[in-house]
Design a protein around this ligand. Sequence first.
Ligand code: PGA
Length: 256
Amino acid sequence: MIMRKQIVVGNWKMNGSRVTNEILVSHVINDVNENVDVECVICVPFPFLGQVQTLVKNSELSLGAQNVSDQVKGAFTGEVSASMLTEFGCKFVILGHSERRMYNLENDVLIGQKARSAIANGLTPIICLGESLEEREAGDTKAIIKRQLHGALGEVGHESLERCIFAYEPIWAIGTGKTAKPEAAQEVHRFIREEITHIDNYAGQQVRIIYGGSVKSDNAFELFSNDDIDGGLVGGASLSGEDFKKIYLAAKQKNK
Ligand code: PGA
């Protein structure tokens, strides 16, 4: 069995300030340095990239952004390019988060184009997939995930599949305190892996698929201990240094 390196990603969303960022980062940085067998990333708002780049310098804590343009440069007011992100030390970028799909009307094709642009600049896209409560109740979960996955991959190109991380984030579990039951999450993760395996067997074994949606310190281990769950994408709980640290350490336990 291939051992995939576990990864825990904090998604700060539109939160933070210069003062609180410093406190938050100082809370987790030492544990991350001591436990290099699990990767740890924080995805921060654009204006804080420079500050947090300095804070994480010479540490094992990696930096990411929460969005990127699909375009290289030019007259795109308000947009940020992938090369700009790399200048600030970003290694990862979250794409296709349900909040961006909902509030910014991002679709599968655009998300795939953004991922392609990220990969071309050496960034690892973390592509979010997930169904709404209505879609789940209608029994459409797998069909939705399949559409989102293949829609994005059509743009990324199958040869770059291995450069992506996927995050399964059921919309009804985000910020609601309702976590998907570990078995239910595992079932969807397995499905995503099978879909990828159909395209490329090796990539199917290699690609990391992380879970997001009300991951907390008290449910993280139960979720992460499933075979096809390779870590987590953590929103609310990543804003507490203590909680995020515990979630990070829960991912480490899986390797034992
Ligand atoms: P949550 O958010 O952990 O607050 O549910 C997860 C996410 O939206 O990435």
